[in-house]
Design a binder for this molecule. Sequence first.
Ligand SMILES: [Cu+2]
Length: 142
Amino acid sequence: MKHISILLALLFALAACNADSSDETSGMPLPDHESTASDLAPAEPLEPRMEDGIQVVEIEAGELGFAPISLSLEADVPARLVFTRTTEQTCATEVKIPAFGIGPVDLLLDEAVVVEFTPTESGQFAFVCGMDMQEGRLVVQS
Ligand SMILES: [Cu+2]
């Protein structure tokens, strides 16, 4: 049930974000307006920073889910994802990366939990909470 209220909260947040742009999108043809596409597109995958040859990304598991929700990784380079759960109001008390056989790993409140692996193939892979409901995305490129 928590997922439903989180979803609703997200929808309300999205509706609020879109409210001020409703005037320009109500007309039939979309004006050739540079911000339109990026307003609707999902967030660009976050680039990791390199530390001693390891791609490092910090990921927060908060009330609205994982942040960043999408990150890019280079294939065949070791990756270190540092998860920190910052709320009790989430079911993301575990994380899994099924494509790479990782987890479930416990996410303790306000504790940095390190997940290390080397993505060996390119593609898009999910990292998910223990119940496969909250989800983020790894975009692996070779
Ligand atoms: Cu869940």
